[in-house]
Design a protein around this ligand. Sequence first.
Ligand SMILES: [Zn+2]
Ligand SMILES: [Zn+2]
Length: 195
Amino acid sequence: MIGKIVKEGERDRTQEVGMPMKNESSTRFMDEVRSISPWAFVIAIIGFAAMVATIVFAALADKNAPPMAVMVLLGIVAGTAVGCYILLIGYVNRDAGRRGMSRVLWTLLAIFIPNALGIVLYFILRKPRIEKCPQCGAIVEPGFGFCPRCRYRLSPVCAQCQRSVHAGDKFCPYCGGELGAGAKEVVTVEGRSGL
Ligand SMILES: [Zn+2]
Ligand SMILES: [Zn+2]
């Protein structure tokens, strides 16, 4: 079988090169942070500064207030909370669009439902992200290995069970099959010969 031969080759190459371990969850988090629009960062910084200033000025006005250092620290903590809250609203605003949900409605809910419950609600109720096939533009569900319309390979799939795997994976999480560093190339040969 072609697949077997390719897989042997892949295994050798994996041992030679060594497996570059990528911290995928952290890069994914950074991608999400980067998706927040710059204006949200600007407003978050303004919110942070305003919160610090409010608390510091309140401390200056009130003679019975705790020492200045304590108030500044309090201001920084409160300012950070406000900044994060604004960034989360910015994230909801951007993320809702990627999931075919109303951006305006969810942004307003995130802002106006008290105690960040609008944001919590959003994360509970949000729909899976809509993804499009880069080749034909068809809407594909997350986790699809191939585009159902044009058979474009959307993500690396396991050569044995044809299920989607992550690019850096060594073994298939479903069937335990060995994937190797060049999972993608294995997939192409296997995928085509299997179809
Ligand atoms: Zn397609
Ligand atoms: Zn598998």
